[in-house]
Ligand binder design. Structure first.
Ligand code: ZN
Length: 222
């Protein structure tokens, strides 16, 4: 039961297809030529919201499993800078936000985890903020990096925790109760750090919301 495409969606897709004729692209999910995301792969991004509880107790809602087409499309956005993919990825994020909001009740802020300065310099945009914006929520950048961190990929649970611990701080805010948003939840170390920083600023953290979650076995072992 997907809602009908808005005119803006149709125009965006037409524009993407038109640009594809000028600058050859291939589907981010399957490499089909001349389309940025084919209909089959767009269908593979249909929301399948899952709810997890981190060891810290924080509950996290995710719109997709981070595997197959979803993983390829997220990587194409993050690593190849294909920002047009933020819009289709906003669909599962929005579904996860809706489920989270109905479970936790009223929140007065939706807060993206901060983008490191190095990642922002490299990409020129903030992945999480962009997808959150495309999902239609007003994301408030209440969290900022407090120090630089290493790339989390390839680090185990303890190393991730040590890497991100104390890496964020919250701006002064009147917000009382927030949901924290990230792109992919793996061990949850980043969401836990975001929650710690917000709580230190007096904000209650009602839960986490992500575009995608790594499969359980990967979360337990990586
Ligand atoms: Zn495809």
């Amino acid at each position: 039961m997907t809602p009908p495409d808005s005119l803006a969606d149709v125009l965006t897709r037409s524009l993407a297809d038109a640009i594809a004729l000028l600058f050859p692209v291939s589907c981010a999910g399957c490499d089909e030529p001349d389309v940025s995301l084919c209909d089959v792969c767009r269908g593979a991004l249909a929301p399948a919201v899952a709810r997890d509880r981190l060891a810290s107790g924080l509950e996290v809602w995710s719109g997709l499993a981070f595997e197959g087409v979803a993983a390829r499309v997220i990587r194409a956005l993050k690593e190849d800078g294909r920002t047009g993919l933020a819009r289709p990825l906003a669909v599962p994020l929005r579904a996860a936000l809706v489920e989270a909001a109905s479970a936790v009740g009223v929140v007065d802020a939706v807060v993206p985890v901060p983008t490191s300065r190095a990642a922002y310099r490299r990409r020129g945009f903030r992945v999480v903020d962009l997808v959150a914006r495309r999902s239609g929520v007003r994301a408030e950048r209440l969290l900022v990096p407090a120090r630089s961190t290493a790339d989390q990929r390839g680090l185990g649970i303890d190393a991730r925790r040590a890497n991100v611990g104390g890496s964020m701080r919250a701006r002064d805010t009147d917000a009382r109760r927030a949901l924290v948003v990230d792109d992919v939840v793996t061990t949850g170390a980043t969401l836990d750090e975001a929650a710690r920083a917000l709580r230190a600023a007096g904000v209650e953290v009602a839960g986490g919301v992500c575009v995608a979650r790594t499969p359980r076995h990967a979360r337990a072992t990586s």
